[in-house]
Design a binder for this molecule. Structure first.
Ligand code: PEP
Length: 263
């Protein structure tokens, strides 16, 4: 299982440092979950299990200090779709890679909603990440209206197809970039509402079928109000390869329980 933490725009520098140290300790005591990394070999490690912390960009140096020589991988919550230039306030993939990060979160619904990110822009970010040696965790998910009108699978399949087809066509033949997908129904993010186990199972199977059609094999995580008390049930669903955890990742004890449920 892969357990990824999305801190969003939270935590003071001091609290961020404390939480990163807790992650380091959690990974050290949960042998099963820490296989995804490896001391000194983070860039080429496998991706079937492990902890990944998506921290605010300003805490990348902190993450580098605390997590280097541990099995916990880390990354940024966004990067720009261009390599460099006049993009005030933005952060490039190569800047992220400079802090020994391994990952970039791409296409989170909050970026799609508040920054109007389209599938093409998201594919551009994934490509930039690849060019800087970073892996990509791509988020997809439907709105509440899509769910109510029975459009969920169509919407998610469209997001995957349009992003991944662009990404595949611009991907270098010798690219070693790892890809992970997170299915995050928008209506379940930060709301306390969780997709039912049947909804998760149906969607994860549909995502895996879509990926197979594109010739891609990638782990598929579930995200949306994952908590210590629902994690074990979600992890038991077929085709669920882990979780992307927002709110509950900010609490060391709760996050540790989620990791325990996956071990
Ligand atoms: C997220 O931000 O990706 C997320 C899943 O948040 P939460 O766990 O708080 O719903």
């Amino acid at each position: 299982m892969i357990i990824a933490a999305n801190w969003k725009m939270n935590l003071s520098r001091r609290n961020a440092g404390d939480l990163l140290k807790s992650y380091r300790d959690i990974a050290a005591t949960k042998a099963n979950i820490s296989d995804g990394g490896g001391e000194g070999d983070k860039k080429v490690s496998g991706v079937s299990s492990g902890l990944i912390a998506f921290v605010p960009a300003c805490y990348l140096p902190l993450a580098e200090d605390i997590l280097s020589l541990t099995s916990v991988q880390f990354g940024a919550q966004d990067c720009h779709a261009e390599a460099k230039g006049a993009f005030t306030g933005d952060v490039s993939a190569s800047m992220i890679a400079d802090f020994s990060a391994c990952w970039v979160l791409c296409g989170h619904s909050e970026r799609r909603q508040y920054h109007a990110e389209t599938d093409d822009v998201i594919a551009g970010k994934m490509t930039q990440a690849a060019q800087s040696g970073l892996n990509a965790l791509l988020c997809v998910g439907e709105s509440h209206e899509d769910r109510l009108s029975n459009q969920s699978i169509d919407v998610v399949t469209r997001q995957l197809m349009s992003t991944l087809q662009i990404w595949q066509s611009s991907r270098a033949d010798n690219s070693t970039q790892l890809l992970v997908i997170a299915y995050e129904p928008i209506w379940a993010i930060g709301t306390g509402l969780v997709a039912s186990l049947e909804q998760i199972s149906e969607m994860h199977a549909a995502i895996k079928a879509c990926l197979a059609g594109l010739g891609i094999a990638a782990p598929v995580l579930y995200g949306g109000s994952v908590k210590p008390d629902n994690a074990a049930d979600i992890f038991a669903v077929a085709d669920v390869d882990g979780a992307l955890v927002g709110g509950a990742s900010l609490n060391a004890e709760g996050f540790s329980q989620i990791v325990e449920a996956a071990s």
